[in-house]
Design a protein around this ligand. Structure first.
Ligand SMILES: [Zn+2]
Length: 89
């Protein structure tokens, strides 16, 4: 998994804002993100260890250790869901 930091997510956030990929919730901390360029769907997973955020995607960028816009798209929805859970708890 890739550790998500402000530095390595900035570019992906910009791409995500431009491309606005569709994200579907699969299960807790796992999402399916539709590619903006073709019909591919990438599954992204998240984890939190020792207060640090980690994520992994199925695409080639992620294999190289890069943060892709799929990860950022999934993370945005993940944070939103966590917020909802807190509100209803
Ligand atoms: Zn990806």
């Amino acid at each position: 998994m890739i550790r998500l930091t402000t530095e390595n997510t900035t570019k992906a956030i910009e791409r995500c804002k431009t491309l606005r990929p569709k994200v579907k919730f699969v299960k807790d901390r796992m999402f399916a993100v539709h590619s903006a360029n073709n019909s591919n769907v990438y599954h992204v997973k998240f984890d939190v260890r020792g207060g640090e955020k980690f994520g992994v995607c199925e695409c080639r960028a992620s294999e190289k250790g890069l943060v892709c816009y799929h990860l950022v798209a999934g993370a945005t929805v993940n944070i939103y869901r966590q917020g909802l859970k807190r509100q209803t708890a």
